[in-house]
Design a protein around this ligand. Structure first.
Ligand SMILES: Cc1ncc(COP(=O)(O)O)c(C=O)c1O
Length: 406
């Protein structure tokens, strides 16, 4: 009887039409105007933070996502840092987030000298659970009036610290229950910063992820659905905030043809024109990338729900104990990284070993943030689902295939 894991390797090799050699988890595809725009950018000499490509890239992403304005950054991590500063995250405050995320989410909170609070995720969305959020806010916080601003704030009963923001993340591109999260946070006067680093092209109830909270952020790292080499973006529904963000990302320089005047502490966070040139060419291919990634997900889903169980019946692990995670209800996912759940951590590790030794790159989920030394003392709830997912989840190769392979 053919081994279940070898069957999966063969399926992935067939899907990617790669009978031999290495299959990466996610490789960028450059089949559009990348070289043309890059050489146009070099010829213009405007390769740094001013130029037509940065402005155009911002406009295109704003229109596509439905944000009122988009502001480029050097990467998703500094977009998050700035977003947190802008909503008032500061020293000795706390920021609610999920432990199942890339470390950038938690690091950005630390850059503001605030502490993360890690709450559980939902099994179906892999993102912050509105129930966990509601429960923790009900039991662990109290509302107070800030005497200097006369505004209601939410304070952690144990530490006395203000809850200054909530950062849900759309894990592997699957939208979380963001409308509920925003509604709960509004009741507690907590601003939401959406970490949509992985979810460009993902919509929840018809609205693009990253546009529900006060600020959303995107990443254009080399492994994302669309890349600028390195890059990030802030999404705003409030134009005033966007103007302020652009000011802060450009060293807070007061616009003037020659004078160098800076009216507050700013940052050198603006994406260079040359990266935006790459981004614009990539953006033109986004519909094609999305089409391909959704088709790949459909193929994985069909394979794991019908083909594999039919072919391999009496093996260990039982193929019907391997689940492909589909887009949650009410959502259209970009399926940035496909993922499956194995039956337990031992099977997960055997699967990782077999696939990687056979040239098919697979990866476990991130180590939960609360298990890392730097965040191990942070407040958290029971994290029942997050632990289960971290023990069982594996990401599968998900690069877009630009040829039609249906
Ligand atoms: C969830 C999440 N947040 C933030 C980031 C940070 O983005 P960047 O690598 O562009 O700094 C990433 C990706 O890298 C991410 O996956």
């Amino acid at each position: 009887m053919k081994n279940t894991y070898q069957d999966i390797v063969s399926f992935i090799r067939q899907l990617y039409n790669t009978p031999e050699g290495f299959i990466p988890l996610h490789a960028p595809v450059f089949t559009g105007n990348e070289k043309k725009y890059l050489s146009e950018c070099i010829d213009s000499t405007f390769v740094s933070s001013v130029g037509k490509f940065v402005d155009l890239f911002e406009e295109k992403i704003a229109v596509y996502t439905g944000a009122k304005k988009a502001v480029v950054c050097m990467n998703g991590t500094n977009a998050l840092h700035l977003a947190l500063l802008m909503v008032g995250v500061e020293r000795d405050t706390e920021v609610i987030t999920q432990p199942l995320t890339f470390i950038a989410t938690a690091n950005a909170i630390s850059y503001c000298e605030a502490d993360p609070v890690f709450l559980d995720v939902d099994m179906d969305t892999l993102g912050l659970s509105p129930n966990a959020l509601r429960n923790w806010l009900n039991t662990s916080t109290t509302k107070q009036i800030n005497k200097s601003t006369n505004q209601q704030v939410t304070v952690n009963k144990n530490t006395g610290n203000r809850i200054s923001a909530c950062v849900p993340m759309h894990t592997f591109g699957h939208p979380c229950r963001i409308d509920e999260i925003v509604e709960i946070c509004n009741q507690y006067n907590i601003p939401v910063v959406e970490d949509a680093a992985e979810s460009l092209g993902s919509f929840y109830k018809g609205q693009h992820t990253g546009t529900f909270g006060k600020i959303g952020i995107l990443s254009f790292n080399g492994n994302k659905i669309l890349t600028t080499g390195g890059g990030g973006m802030l999404l705003f529904m409030d134009e005033e905030l966007a103007i302020k963000a652009k000011h802060l990302t450009t060293q807070a320089k007061v616009p003037h043809p020659w004078a160098f005047v800076h009216d507050e502490i700013g940052y050198n966070y603006r994406m260079p024109n040359i990266n935006a040139a790459l981004g614009l060419a990539q953006f033109e291919q986004l519909p094609e990338f999305l089409r391909s990634k959704r088709l790949i997900a459909k193929n994985y889903n069909k394979y794991f729900t019908t083909e594999l169980p039919r072919r391999i019946k009496d093996s260990t692990p039982r193929p019907n104990l391997i689940f492909h995670i589909s887009e949650p209800s009410n959502a259209s996912s970009n399926y940035w990284l496909n993922c499956i759940l194995l039956s337990n951590i031992e099977e997960r590790d055997k699967f990782l070993k077999h696939t990687n030794e056979n040239g098919v790159m697979t990866r476990p989920s991130w180590r939960l943030m609360n298990e890392l030394d730097v965040f191990k003392d942070c407040e958290r709830d029971e994290l029942i689902n997050a632990r289960e997912i971290a023990n069982r989840l594996v990401n599968l190769p998900s690069s877009p295939i630009v040829d039609n392979h249906e």
